[in-house]
Design a protein around this ligand. Structure first.
Ligand code: ATP
Length: 465
């Protein structure tokens, strides 16, 4: 390997990801000027672009590349009986214990992995001063009051998942979208859970965006579709560059299954904190449609053209944008030595990267270069998310683009002025190619449409911290 070729030899840790997100304006702790609000985050410009790209690719796979799924955008606050029917009022709880000494709260079923506030080397309950309460069930739904008078207003909840908004619209979609099983309804939307122990950056937050798709099928086909969706979702991650070796499928044991589920598999990702659930794929059976039929009095069923009635079974892939974004960042993060210098690079799939190309005038004060660079930028941004960057030495600008994962940088230099060509620098290989300015737009469109995989030599296992 020559001195200027990159040597991938490092791994992401959670601290490095948090620091990159902050440094480059992807994600900030929320309400910082008031001292922050634990485990709540705001997204800056690149964070928004990255989230948008993730959501677009997900919707594309659901709505555009198939013709058996339709979209929905249901309300955040639903009729409170929805959550009675779904089992959330009674059962969406985690066991909670308080420590009377340090006033910290823990999940009773996760004490093993937690540490005592005063003696971090011990688990809660093991320190000399620990004084834990009995475990009690704590409902994770955020409550609110609908109506102007707090006492007499109706109690309602912020949705903890978007799925119920889909089930209660089953009849509308069936009739108005003229669908018959198997068909799906896909939704992306904010969801809220008052987690007892949020943490690990974006992994467990109280406010997150869920991407859920409920696929309604004839009961006899449920098992096949369940397997289909596990394969389909795994293939989606691989297609967008997540290394197959950093994912695995874990099937829930009988004791672990949710009340509605007759089978659930997690796609786990090897985060820097270990193998953890990235996405869940559940076979929800007919639980939800039956419960809503019972409580609402509206029959949620399908009558086929032969007159046979049945309640479809439901297969659900569900994942949050936050856990996905974190997995993409961890997977893409690399530190390399190029020549004598270190560089941090996000090797994001070009279709996931927040910025697709940067246009850089080599000398920011050279009027002729600036003019050409601005013209190229104006042309490219008609079709792609591109950025014009003239701040600082060219090396610094490349490093900035590497850190936000921009796959291509187009540099306007002396030679451009002489022969109307531009260099295109490839983020992964660091190769530089010179092409005609007039072809830059077509080149970029082609390059972005090509399949992409993590370059050879990319390590598979992020190191545990
Ligand atoms: P966990 O066991 O980690 O609490 P869960 O099994 O309760 O998760 P589900 O109800 O299956 O989670 O939620 C579906 C998906 O929503 C998860 O696979 C994950 O991607 C995402 N998710 C759930 N809770 C959170 C959270 N607090 N913060 C970010 N994403 C979340």
């Amino acid at each position: 390997m020559g001195p200027s070729e990159p040597q991938a030899d490092t791994h992401a840790t959670m601290d490095k990801i948090v620091s990159l997100c902050r440094r480059r304006g992807f994600v900030f702790p929320s309400s910082e000027i008031y001292g922050g609000l634990g485990s709540t985050y705001d997204y800056g410009h690149y964070g928004v672009l990255l989230k948008n790209a993730i959501k677009e690719r997900w919707f594309e796979a659901m709505l555009q590349e198939r013709d058996d799924i339709v979209a929905l955008d249901s309300a955040v606050i639903l009729h409170p009986r929805v959550w009675e029917a779904s089992g959330h009022v009674e059962g969406f709880t985690d066991p909670l214990v308080d420590c009377r000494t340090c006033k910290k709260r823990f999940r009773a079923d996760q004490l093993e992995g937690a540490s005592c506030e005063r003696k971090p080397s011990r688990r809660p309950g093991e320190g000399p001063d620990c004084d834990l309460t009995e475990a009690r069930q704590f409902n994770l739904m955020f409550e609110t009051t609908v109506g102007p008078v707090q006492e007499s207003g109706a109690r309602a909840y912020l949705r903890p998942e978007t799925a119920q908004g889909i089930f209660i619209n089953f009849k509308n979609v069936l009739q108005l979208a003229r669908r018959r099983p198997p068909f799906g309804i896909a939704q992306i939307g904010k969801s809220f859970r008052n987690e007892i122990t949020p943490g690990n950056f974006l992994f467990r937050v109280r406010e997150f965006e869920l991407m859920e798709m409920e696929f309604f099928v004839p009961p006899a086909e449920a098992d096949d579709w369940y397997r289909h969706w596990i394969d389909e979702r795994l293939a989606w991650y691989v297609r967008y560059g997540i290394r197959p070796g950093a994912m695995r499928v874990r099937q829930h044991g009988a004791e672990e299954l949710s009340h509605y589920s007759s089978g659930t598999s997690d796609i786990e990702y090897l985060y820097p904190i270990g193998w953890l659930e990235l996405e869940g794929i559940a076979n929800r059976g007919d639980f939800d449609l039956r419960r809503h039929s019972e409580l609402s009095g509206t029959k949620l069923e399908y009558v086929d053209p032969g007159g046979e009635r049945y309640v479809p079974h439901v297969i659900e892939p569900a994942v949050s944008v936050e856990r996905m974004l974190l997995a993409f960042l961890v997977d893409a993060y690399h530190e390399e030595v190029v020549g004598e210098r270190e560089r941090v690079v996000l090797r994001l799939h070009p279709q996931i990267a927040p910025v697709k190309a940067a246009v850089l005038p080599l000398v920011a004060k050279d009027e002729a270069m600036v003019e050409r660079a601005r013209a190229l930028y104006e042309e490219l941004r008609l079709a792609h998310a591109v950025e014009y960057d003239d701040g600082g030495a060219i090396g610094r600008r490349y490093r900035r683009q590497d850190e936000i994962g921009t796959p291509f940088a187009l540099t306007i230099d002396e030679q451009t002025l002489a022969d109307d060509t531009v260099t295109i620098r490839n983020r992964d290989s660091l190769s530089q190619e010179r092409i005609a300015l007039a072809q830059a737009s077509a080149y970029l469109s082609d390059a972005l449409a090509r399949p992409w995989a993590a370059p050879e030599g990319t390590p598979v296992a992020p190191a545990a911290e």
